[in-house]
Design a protein around this ligand. Structure first.
Ligand code: ADP
Length: 377
C-alpha cells in the first residue's frame, strides 16, 4: 500500500528538525572518529613521558583508562562544538526557508493596506490546487482576497464616477437655467421653472435610488415575508399603472395564474419589482404596442413574466441590464427619468427572496421579456 503523504507544513517543520539532528549527529560522529586517535596517542605519549625509560616512576602508574577518558573528552568536546556550529548554520538556513513565504505574505499585506490592490504573492509551488501545504493554501487564499479587494475597489471607483456623471447633467441644467434667469436671458416663464423642477426631481430620485441601492447591496433590506396570493399582487400592480398605460396608448394584458398561486414574499418589495419591470416595459414600448404580465406555477416556485412588444434588446446587453448604471441608450433612458439602477435593485430584491431574474429578447425592435422566479407554497 502506498501512503500518500501530503506535503503539510507540519511535515516540513518536522523534517527540518530531523535534518538538523541528522547533520549534527553525522558531524559529531565523523569529527570524533577523526579526532579520537590523535587525542588518544597524545595522551598515551604523555603517559610514556611520565613513566620514564626505566619503567614506572616509582609511584602508581596512570592507568590507560584515564588516558583514554581524557582523549575521549577532548575528542567529544571538539566534535560537539563542530556539530553545534553546523547545526546552528543548518537551522538558520532552514528557518529562513520556512519563514520566507510568511515574510512575503506580510510584505504583500502591508502593500495592500497602503492601497496597492494589484499586489499578489508568488504561490511558489507547482502543486495543484488543494494539495499545497498550509502556507501555500494561505498564499492562494491571500491572492483570492486581494483579487476580490481589487474588484471591489474598481467597482467603488466606477460607482463614484457614475454618480458624479449622473449628478453633473441635472446640476448643469439647473445652474444654466438659473444663470439665464439672473442675466435676463431667460424669462421666468412656466416652461423654465418646469425645466428646473424636473431636473431637481431627477436629482432627488437619483439620491433615493442610490440610498436604496446601497441598502440592497449591503443586504440591509429586511424582508417581511408573508403568504401572498400572487394574482392579487399582480392586480394591484396593474391598477397602479393602468392610467399611465392608457395615456401612452399601450395595451396591458394580465394573465393571472389559475388555479391561484400562493407565494412567500414581502408584498411591498414584490410590488416594487413588478412596478419597475412594468414601468420599463411601458417606457421602452412605443404607443400602439402591448405589455403582458403573466405568472405560472412551476415546481416549488412561481415564474412571473413581463413581456412587451417594445424596442427589444441585443443579446450582448441581456446580462448587463442588471448591472449598476447600465443603460443601452443613455439619452433615451434619461428622457424617461431612468438612472440605470432600477433593474439592479430588482435583481437584489428577487435574489433576497431566493429567486432569480433574467431578460430575454429575440432582438432589437422585437420586444423583450423579463422573467423572475419566487418561492411558492
Ligand atoms: P432605467 O432607469 O434606465 O430604465 P433599469 O435598470 O430599469 O434603468 O434598466 C436598465 C436598462 O435596461 C435600460 O436603460 C434599458 O436600456 C434596458 N431595459 C430595461 N427594460 C427594458 C425593456 N423592457 N425593453 C428594452 N430595454 C430595457
Amino acid at each position: 500500500m502506498i501512503w500518500k503523504i501530503r506535503p503539510r507544513f507540519a511535515w516540513k517543520l518536522f523534517l527540518s528538525y530531523l535534518a538538523v539532528l541528522a547533520v549534527g549527529a553525522a558531524v559529531l560522529l565523523v569529527t570524533s572518529r577523526l579526532a579520537l586517535p590523535g587525542a588518544f596517542l597524545r595522551h598515551m605519549a604523555d603517559m610514556g613521558g611520565m613513566m620514564g625509560p626505566g619503567g614506572m616512576m616509582g609511584g602508581s602508574p596512570p592507568p590507560v583508562l584515564d588516558s583514554f577518558r581524557d582523549a575521549f573528552t577532548d575528542a567529544i568536546t571538539l566534535s560537539g562544538l563542530a556539530a553545534l556550529s553546523v547545526a546552528v548554520v543548518v537551522s538558520a538556513l532552514m528557518a529562513r526557508r520556512v519563514v520566507a513565504p510568511v515574510r512575503r505574505l506580510t510584505e504583500a499585506s502591508r502593500r495592500i493596506a497602503a492601497g496597492h490592490y494589484d499586489e499578489r504573492v508568488d504561490v511558489g509551488s507547482a502543486a495543484p490546487v488543494g494539495t499545497e501545504d498550509e502556507i501555500g493554501q494561505l498564499a492562494r487564499q491571500f491572492n483570492e482576497m486581494a483579487a476580490e479587494l481589487e474588484t471591489t475597489e474598481a467597482r467603488r471607483m466606477e460607482l463614484i464616477g457614475n454618480v458624479a456623471h449622473e449628478l453633473r447633467t441635472p446640476l448643469t441644467i439647473i445652474r444654466g437655467s438659473l444663470e439665464g434667469l439672473m442675466d435676463g436671458v431667460l424669462a421666468p416663464e412656466p416652461e423654465t421653472i418646469y425645466r428646473i423642477t424636473r431636473e431637481a426631481d431627477r436629482l432627488q430620485r437619483l439620491v433615493m435610488d442610490l440610498q436604496e441601492l446601497s441598502r440592497v447591496e449591503a443586504g440591509a433590506v429586511e424582508l417581511h415575508l408573508d403568504e401572498l396570493d400572487l394574482g392579487e399582487v399582480m392586480n394591484s400592480a396593474q391598477a397602479q399603472l393602468a392610467m399611465q398605460f392608457e395615456e401612452k396608448g399601450v395595451s396591458f394584458e394580465l394573465q393571472k395564474p389559475t388555479p391561484s398561486v400562493e407565494v412567500r414574499a414581502d408584498r411591498d418589495r414584490l410590488m416594487q419589482v413588478l412596478l419597475n419591470l412594468l414601468g420599463n416595459a411601458l417606457q421602452y414600448t412605443p404607443s400602439g404596442g402591448s405589455v403582458m404580465l403573466k405568472a405560472t406555477q412551476l415546481d416549488g416556485y412561481a415564474e412571473v413574466s413581463v413581456q412587451d412588444t417594445g424596442i427589444g434588446l441585443q443579446s450582448e446587453h441581456l446580462d448587463h441590464v442588471f448591472d449598476r448604471f447600465y443603460r443601452v441608450d443613455r439619452s433615451r433612458s434619461r428622457a424617461g427619468g431612468g438612472s440605470g439602477i432600477g433593474l439592479t435593485i430588482a435583481r437584489h430584491l428577487i435574489e433576497a427572496h431566493g429567486g432569480q431574474i433574467r431578460a430575454e429578447s429575440p432582438g432589437p425592435g422585437q420586444g423583450s421579456v423579463f422573467h423572475f422566479t419566487i418561492p411558492s407554497l
